[in-house]
Design a binder for this molecule. Structure first.
Ligand SMILES: [Cu+2]
Length: 314
């Protein structure tokens, strides 16, 4: 497959066991059906050109027709079998998951929870997944509002998130890399800006990330960031957002405990950097009109301090 197809968001991706199986099956169907399509066209032209001269070949035609029906039946049987094997492969690839994740769709961002039998070891984050390479992952999908669909084309097929129901998707990442997932079911005004960053890394890097995410962020040390923390925890921000280890414990918006360690903000809408973060806090409706974070009136001093504080949350 040409390198041009191997981008961070590619349905021809071979970075997950599921996408490899699905892509192989697609290739088989495409090859077989193209072959028969060409064959039918060739016979058609042959028949048109020869029709005047044919008269006494009825029995021969009848015999070829029987052979044709047999060939078609065998081919369809073969395709059914290929589908069945792919289906079995998909189920096996997700066996004995080493990581269990709950993903909750919100208009228009993803809430992420790494499950653990010990509640104090559950990781909460948003808009990003970290996955260890070569380890099967089981994702339980829920929705808080409307139907969304999780699509990480490089790794697997699509799966819907349906309000009031739990669906699931298994993955087996094969290559380390950075991928982009996208909500694939129209879910309202900012549907396009509902992406998810996926990082597949070595098990060591994954464990390190997990340990960092479990710890509360270190308290800010500069006066500016300390001031920012005060504005953040006393202001309206705290009623929607959670920051572990502080009094900010809102649960209706992305968890910000380690927001500065993420690659993007606002569900893949803007790369994470100082300017984008400050612009977002000043006017979240500019980059993502209609999203559920209101404009909170802030003085330039407050904006600067809050931005500095959020940048310490690694
Ligand atoms: Cu959506």
């Amino acid at each position: 497959m040409s390198a041009a197809l191997h981008t961070i968001q590619s349905a021809a991706g071979n970075d997950g066991q599921h996408s490899v199986l699905i892509f192989h099956l697609f290739g088989i169907f495409l090859g077989v059906t193209s072959f028969f399509y060409l064959l039918v066209l060739i016979f058609l032209f042959w028949a048109i050109l020869r029709r005047r001269r044919e008269q006494s070949r009825e029995p021969a035609l009848r015999r070829s027709l029987v052979v044709w029906v047999v060939i078609i039946s065998l081919t369809l049987g073969g395709l059914t079998l290929a589908t069945w094997f792919t289906d079995r492969g998909l189920a096996q690839a997700g066996d004995r998951p080493g990581v269990e994740i709950t993903l909750i769709g919100h208009q228009w961002w993803w809430e992420v929870r790494y499950e653990n039998g010990d509640p104090s070891r559950i990781v909460h984050t948003a808009n990003e997944l970290h996955l260890p390479v070569g380890v099967p992952v089981q994702i339980s999908l829920r929705s808080d509002d409307v139907i969304h669909s999780l699509w990480i084309p490089n790794l697997a097929g699509k799966q819907d998130l349906i309000p009031g129901r739990v669906t699931d998707l298994s993955l087996l990442p094969l290559h380390e890399g950075i991928y982009r997932a996208q909500c694939a079911e129209y879910c309202g005004m900012q549907h396009t800006n509902m992406a998810l960053d996926v990082t597949v890394e070595s098990p060591e890097a994954f464990n390190l990330w997990r340990t960092q995410q479990l710890a509360s962020p270190a308290p800010p040390t500069t006066p500016l960031a300390q001031e920012g923390q005060t504005y953040f925890t006393r202001g309206p921000c705290a009623s929607c957002h959670n920051v572990a280890g502080t009094t900010a414990s809102g649960q209706v918006a992305p968890d910000l405990s380690h927001v500065a360690s993420r690659r993007s903000i606002a569900a893949g809408t803007l790369p994470m950097n100082h300017q984008n973060l400050a612009n977002w806090i000043a006017d979240p409706q500019a980059a993502k009109p209609g999203n559920n974070m209101p404009v909170v009136p802030l003085s330039p001093v407050q904006l600067n301090a809050i931005t500095a504080y959020l940048e310490t949350l690694r």
